[in-house]
Design a protein around this ligand. Sequence first.
Ligand SMILES: Nc1ncnc2c1ncn2[C@@H]1O[C@H](C[S@+](CC[C@H]([NH3+])C(=O)[O-])CC(=O)[O-])[C@@H](O)[C@H]1O
Ligand SMILES: O=C(O)C(=O)Cc1ccccc1
Length: 253
Amino acid sequence: MSKAPIDANPMFETDRIYTATTSAGGDFRFDAAVARVFPDMIRRSVPGYTTIIPMIGVITERFARDDSHCYDLGCSLGASTLAMRHGVGDRRCRIIGIDNSSDMIERCQHFIALDDHPAPVELRCEDILDSELEKASVSTLNFTLQFVEPERRPELLERIARATLPGGALILSEKIRFEEDWEQSIQTELHHDFKRANGYSDLEISQKRSALEQVLIPESLATHRERLLAAGFRQVTLWYQCFNFVSLLAVKG
Ligand SMILES: Nc1ncnc2c1ncn2[C@@H]1O[C@H](C[S@+](CC[C@H]([NH3+])C(=O)[O-])CC(=O)[O-])[C@@H](O)[C@H]1O
Ligand SMILES: O=C(O)C(=O)Cc1ccccc1
C-alpha cells in the first residue's frame, strides 16, 4: 500500500485508484470508485484547482443577476456549485448543477445538503449535451468540456451562449495542449512534477495518463478562444493559468 501524502486531508479518502499495476486498465470513468476519492484526486491532480474554486465564487459575485440561473455543467461533487451558490449572495438566482454520472450526483446531493445557504440548488443527472439551458447569468464548465467529444463542443458552446443573458458570463477551465513541441513537453513534465510532489508515484501517473488518453482530449488555447467567440461570446480573457491548466472568462455582449 502506498503512503498517503503528509498533507492528506483526513476529511477525504486518499486516491489510490492507479497504485496497483493494471495490465488492461481500460478507459477512465467517473464511476463510484472515482466519486469516493474525487476531492483528493482533483486537488492532487489539477494545478490551481484549489485557487480556481473560490475565484468562481468571486466571478459569480460580479455577474449573477436577479431572476436568473447559474449553471454548473459537469458539477461532479458540487465544489463549483457551492462556490457559485455563495457568490450569488442574496440575489434571486437558481443554481443548477448537471452531471451525467449518477455516482457523482448522488454524493453531490449530500454535500449540498450539508451546506447552509438560502439560494436554491437543483441537481440534474443528465448529459449536458441534452440539457435544457435558459436565462443564464453565469455558467461554469470547470474541467468538463475536455471530456466532451471534440466534434460536439461547438454546438454545446453555442447553446450555452444562446441561453446566456446579455452581459452574462461563462467560466471555462480546461487542460490545454500547446502547439510547440518544446512547450507541450516542459508543461507536461511540470504537471507530472506537481503530481509527484503531491505523492503520486510514476506508476500511478503513467497508468492514469493511459486511461485518460482517449477520454480527455485537450485543445489549444487559440482553439478555445476562437470557438468561444464563434459561439456568440463577445469577449474572452484568460484569468488563470498554472502549467497546462487554464481558466477563461467569456462574456456575452
Ligand atoms: N457530457 C457530459 N454531461 C454531463 N456531465 C459530464 C459530461 N461529460 C463529463 N461529465 C462530468 O464532468 C465532470 C468532470 S470533472 C469536473 C469537476 C467539477 N466541475 C469541479 O469543479 O469540481 C473534471 C475532472 O475530473 O478533471 C465529471 O463529473 C463527469 O461525470
Ligand atoms: O490527472 C490528470 O492527469 C488530469 O489531467 C486531471 C484529472 C483530474 C481528475 C480526473 C481526471 C483527470
